[in-house]
Write a protein that binds this ligand. Structure first.
Ligand code: MG
Ligand code: ZN
Length: 198
């Protein structure tokens, strides 16, 4: 049996503010409460794993190196505040818009569960004990396809996404119904930790 439980986090709009195709370090803005959320998840024994679509690489908007630099700055910011982002997984591909080697039909672009499967294998994660949090229904769908629970946050694109479904009585045409909807990442983590105590 796999040893670890993970909290999979979408990056843009969930952990840090959504900036369309973020490429400049000065545009990194940590969403308020995110650091505390990660710290509390760390303390509760979750591996905190970022899982992000970064098709800006495929589209040629920024290089993989630039994207990795942003990622490292985010990691360092959290580390300075005593919060540990254990691993980062990302999909740099896009099948239609991608250039060169990035134009492939991959299995890691969310909502495909490839990133979560890879993390599970490399980090010995029990997916059924794990949860993915994101600001899109696509993140929730990714979670469910991987066998995790999925939480939608209302930061980033989340408020818009929630509007699409909150008035609905019939969910049968919906591809992913969140297990919970939280205001933000901290709210999501508090909900998880409270639920575990009950
Ligand atoms: Mg997002
Ligand atoms: Zn991919």
């Amino acid at each position: 049996m796999a040893a670890n439980k993970a909290l999979f986090l979408d990056r843009d709009g969930t952990l840090i503010e959504e900036v369309s195709y973020l490429r400049a370090p000065q545009d990194i803005r940590i969403i308020p409460g995110s650091v505390e959320a990660v710290r509390r998840a760390n303390e509760d024994g979750f591996l905190v794993v970022v899982a992000s679509n970064q098709s800006g690489v495929a589209r040629g908007f920024f290089s993989e190196e630039q994207m990795l630099e942003i990622q490292e700055l985010v990691r360092q910011h959290f580390e300075r505040e005593g919060a540990r982002l254990d691993a980062f997984y990302y999909c740099p591909h896009h099948f239609e818009e991608g250039k060169g080697k990035y134009r492939i039909q991959c299995s890691c672009r969310k909502p495909l569960p490839g990133l979560l499967f890879r993390a599970a294998k490399e980090l010995d994660i029990d997916l059924t004990a794990s949860i993915m949090i994101g600001d899109k229904l696509l993140d929730v769908e990714t979670a469910h396809r991987a066998g995790c629970r999925g939480i939608l946050v209302q930061t980033g694109y989340g408020a818009q996404q929630w509007e699409r479904i909150s008035g609905k009585k019939d969910f049968s045409d919906l591809f992913a119904v969140p297990d919970h909807v939280a205001e933000d990442l901290l709210g999501a983590v508090e909900w998880i930790l409270d639920a575990a105590e009950r």
